[in-house]
Ligand binder design. Sequence first.
Ligand code: ADP
Ligand code: MG
Length: 405
Amino acid sequence: MKLDAKAIRYLTSEDFKVLAGVETGSRNHEVVPTPLIVQLSGLRGGSGVHRAISNLAKINLIAKVKNAKYDGYRLTYGGLDYLALNGHQKQKVVYSVGNQIGVGKESDIIVVAHSSGAQRILKIHRLGRISFRTVKTNRDYLRHRHTGSWMYMSRLAAMKEFAFMKALHENGFPVPEPIAQNRHTIVMSLIDAFPLRQIAKVAKPAKLYSELMDMVLELARFGLIHGDYNEFNLLIKEEVIPDADGNVADIEDAHDDQIKLTPIVIDFPQMVSIDHANAEMYFDRDVNCIKRFFQRKYHFVSDAPGPSFKDARKNFMKNPGKRLDVEVEASGFSRKMARELEKYMDEVGANTGEGEGDEENEDDSEEEDSEEEEEVNEDEPEQSSAADESAQRLEALEISGSSEK
Ligand code: ADP
Ligand code: MG
């Protein structure tokens, strides 16, 4: 499901009030009855509200549903996207929307811009998307949940990711700067870098490898395990080191030794505490993902065995950093929310790790669309980085109806 922001500028403030009414009604109605929408929109009934309803339905922000007893509407992902975008626009976080640069299993990644022109990343969490299409055994279970769940779970994922990114950023970890969260979306700084997956050659694999392992240990020292630490979720900045005279060569002309690689970690919805019941499994899996990738791609095998969970715990006991797992819990992403999200991810198989699109996971790709398959095909032309894509024109939102009168 792609974000199409084009129609947003034609929506009036009445349309947004009605859309927000459907959202509110969805909290306890699978199908929100039309009279309730009228009531929740806070507008006086009459042709205006009904015009707004049919407008919203026409552009698929709400969908008409007939249930056994009455007719009504439900909010679509598109409708939720528009509510979130409208929120970001009002907070002056997002001014225009550019290209979609990634379609993950459970998210869409879009380049957006602030009114200053600064480019940012909008990550839209879409839990439930892949699950419905590919995890057949879970369909019945999911069908019987109340419809709010995909919305709620996606919002939990966004809250969790934002809370962890904030704690990590504040404590000096190399992660994007978290800027805002609204519903199922977060806005963060754009990292001008390629995922490790796309870095064909590394001059000193041993150095990068040990930096990545140090980072796993450092995270653990702060009470955290990433849980999806792999070649897709590590962006590698390539910078040319200035020479003795302070001149910086063009990256294309630079010698391998002149290029400094800096890893940036992204993607935090599956992070767990070092006290988690399966902490050791997650930790080992993170270490092994990197180990396997370096072996396969760079033919690099470290002499030292990878750090073990025991090493990590020892480190953590002897010289603990701030407990970021505890800090996040206190920040509003509660233990109860963490449990709900984890349970959902376990049930739909979103927590299996091993990297999205990893060869070993291809058995569940039969129903995925071609975009997702492109990501796993090494023969495909390389994807461009977020910054390349964003050079293309950004679509200004100019949400006409969103300013309160
Ligand atoms: P998912 O949960 O779907 O895996 P990610 O957060 O890992 O989503 O993002 C998917 C891809 O989008 C990344 O592999 C990366 O290429 C790109 N991306 C995500 N965040 C950023 C960012 N802040 N800056 C630049 N590129 C990003
Ligand atoms: Mg990812």
